[in-house]
Structure formats: C-alpha cells, structure tokens
Write a protein that binds this ligand. Structure first.
Ligand code: NDP
Ligand code: PYC
Length: 345
C-alpha cells in the first residue's frame, strides 16, 4: 500500500509558505502563492496544486519573476477600471491588493474591471472568481498564457491555454463557478500524464509535424488543441485581445518570445470583470438571485451537475479530514524546504 500523510489545510499552508520564504520570496508573495496552491490541493485540483511550487521557484531562479516585488494599486479614483501593477512579481498578491477596490467600484457603478499588469501567472482562476462572488458580485476572469495551442485549422502553437472563469453568487450556498482552459485540457494535465507515464486521450494534441498524438512528450513538443474546435479557438483569441492587447500587456506568442521556454511560469497581464446583478436587473421584474436558483434547480433536476460541485465536495472533505499527500509529495516538500532554490536544477 502506498504510504500517505494527511495534513490540515493550515499545516500545509504553513509548509508551502515556508518553502517560498526559504527561496527568498517576501511575505506578500509567499503568503498569496501558498494560499492559491493550497486551495488547489484542498479542492483536489492537482494540476494547480503543490506540483506548481517547483515551476514557480524555477521562474524565480531564472530571474524571470521578482521574488521581492510589492504590487502597486492605481485606484484610478471614480473610474470603472482599477489597475494594479504587479511590479514583476506573481499575479496573486496583486489580485489580493486590487479586489477590495474592484468590489467597491462594481457595487457603486454596477460594473468594474481590475486590470493586473506585469505579473507572472501560473494558478487556477477559480480562487479569484470566488473572491468576486464572495462580495455578492458576478465575475469573469481571463488571462493569456504562452503559445502552446494551435488555432483550429492551424498546426503550430500560437494561442495560450488561456483560462476563462465565471462566477455567480448564490445567497445560500457555494457559488456557481466554472473555470477552464480554452485548450482541450490544461497544459498541467499533459505534464501530469507525462510524469505518470500515461498516454493522453485522443484529440488533445498534435505533434511537431501537425499529426494527432497521444504521446505527452510529442504533445509538449508539438501543439495542444482548442476545446470545441473553432469555438474554443475564437474564445482563446478573444482572451488574447481583451487580457493581452486591450490591457497593454503581452499576448501568448509574445510571452513565449520573452521567456524562450514553457518550463517557466508565464509573464503577462490579467483581466477581472465584476458585475452587480442587482444593478443590472434594476427596474426589471424578478429577483435575479431567485431566478438564477430556478435555473440551477432545473439543471440539477435533469440529473446534471453544476460545475465546481466536485471541488466543493473535495473542499468539505479536506476541511474535515485534512489533505492527503503521497510519500513522494511530502519528500519533495521537505526537499524544497531544506534546499530552497538549490533544489531547483
Ligand atoms: P476541467 O476541464 O477539469 O474543468 C472545467 C470546469 O468544468 C470546472 O469548473 C469543472 O468543475 C467543470 N466540470 C467538469 N466536468 C463537469 C461535468 N460533468 N458537469 C459540470 N461541470 C463539469 O478544467 P481544465 O483542465 O480546462 O482547467 C483546469 C484548471 O487549469 C483551471 O482551474 C484553469 O484556471 C487552470 N488553468 C490555468 C492556466 C493559467 O495560465 N493560469 C492555463 C490553463 C488552465 P469541477 O472542478 O467541479 O469538476
Ligand atoms: O495548465 O495550461 C496550464 C497552465 C499554463 C500556465 C499555467 N497553467
């Protein structure tokens, strides 16, 4: 039987934060990074959990992210656009800094956007969309990545895996949240298949010659495919436009030119939009939250499940039983804590 260790969420947070501090990150960066990585483990989202620590540290060691960055808020008083410059650090502390102003502005104006510039971003988007829904607001979050996805009809990496998330607040329960890569799967999933020596499902990727492949190595050297054919390709392109070009930040091909590799975490910007359902529905019949519940009940009533329910079940389990890690995972955490950046090849 495989040996495992179970840790409380707080204990894992402390351990991951200590790894980042040991590697030279300041408290603002280390705390925010640990929160988002531990949330991934807590919610059984392994593709953005502790396995991401190494990539973050590799990016620090390569000098492509500033470990001591302190993000700066440009409140842009009165405007619907709140800006935070991450100052070359990770996106997560910049998001934490900007979200109170975003929420205040969205409540006042009905809609507001948070633009994050000059950040390194490797995390899942649902923690951010849930921070918006916890303010009673609906949210949309998106960002580019680096060129790893061929547009439909093309055969070379151009778009990023460009994640896209939406959240709707529910007064008496967990929010409605979806969050997905606009490629068939997140690149992290391909990497996890490679590490486990498993073949990919068909339809995820093409090799460097443009032929379909199920070999993770060939997929990493070739290109991933957009989800839903031309539809995912168009949504991925929209994200390049809105969360790259429109906010004056890098697109996925520009990120790859800048980094020269996909083994480091990507450097670009991020766009978060918050909307007040009450403000939009004002003067129209019906309570938007009650109407949304009717819709959700009808979906579940057909036997379908709402997105994120798997995560919320995993979260409840982690909160009561803790987070279980394999011996190899615990060994890797111990190694990173002992060696800091020296643990990174
Ligand atoms: P998945 O395909 O695993 O899940 C996508 C969404 O669909 C989730 O909200 C999931 O909820 C929901 N879902 C899955 N199955 C069902 C079902 N049968 N019925 C209803 N809902 C369902 O996501 P991806 O692999 O595409 O992405 C994983 C993560 O990777 C995301 O969090 C994304 O933000 C992140 N990512 C980050 C990038 C970055 O650059 N920072 C780039 C690309 C991806 P549930 O979780 O409950 O199953
Ligand atoms: O899983 O596709 C991914 C990814 C890219 C950057 C961060 N996550």
């Amino acid at each position: 039987m495989t040996q495992t260790t179970t840790l409380s969420i707080a204990a894992l947070q402390e351990r991951v934060e200590a790894i980042f501090l040991k590697a030279g990150l300041n408290g603002v960066q280390a705390g925010a990074l640990a929160r988002v990585i531990v949330a991934g483990e807590r919610d059984a989202c392994k593709s953005h959990g502790i396995y991401r620590i190494e990539g973050a540290l590799r990016t620090v060691k390569a000098g492509k992210v500033k470990p001591d960055a302190v993000p700066e808020l440009d409140g842009n008083e009165g405007s619907a656009i709140v800006k935070v410059n991450a100052k070359g650090g990770f996106a997560n502390p910049a998001f934490e800094l900007g979200v109170p102003a975003l929420a205040e502005r969205a409540r006042k104006l009905g809609i507001a956007a948070l633009v994050i510039n000059d950040c390194t971003h490797f995390s899942a988007l649902w923690p951010e969309v849930e921070a918006v829904t916890s303010e009673g607001l609906a949210g949309l979050v998106m960002c580019p990545s680096y060129a790893t996805v061929a547009p439909t009809g093309g055969n070379k990496p151009l778009l990023g895996t460009n994640p896209f998330a939406f959240g709707w607040p529910r007064p008496n329960g967990s929010p409605y949240v979806f969050d997905f890569a606009t490629s068939v799967a997140a690149r992290g999933e391909i990497e996890l298949h490679r590490r486990a020596g498993k073949q990919l499902p068909e339809g995820w990727a093409i090799d460097a010659d443009g032929n379909p492949t199920t070999d993770p190595e060939a997929a990493l050297a070739g290109a991933m495919l957009p989800f839903g054919g031309h539809k995912g390709s168009a949504i991925g392109t929209m994200i390049e436009l809105l969360a790259g070009i429109m906010i004056g930040d890098l697109t996925s091909p520009e990120v790859l030119d800048y980094l020269g590799t996909t083994t480091l975490a990507p450097f670009h910007g991020e766009l978060i939009i918050a909307m007040s359902p009450e403000a939009f529905a004002k003067g129209r019949p019906g309570d938007p939250f009650a109407r949304a519940e009717t819709l959700f009940e009808a979906i579940v009533g057909q036997g379908a499940r709402l997105p994120s329910q798997r995560r919320f079940v995993a979260r409840t389990k982690s909160e009561t039983e803790g987070i279980t890690l394999t011996a190899a995972e615990v060994g890797q955490l111990d190694h990173l804590l002992e060696k800091g950046l020296d643990a990174i090849a």
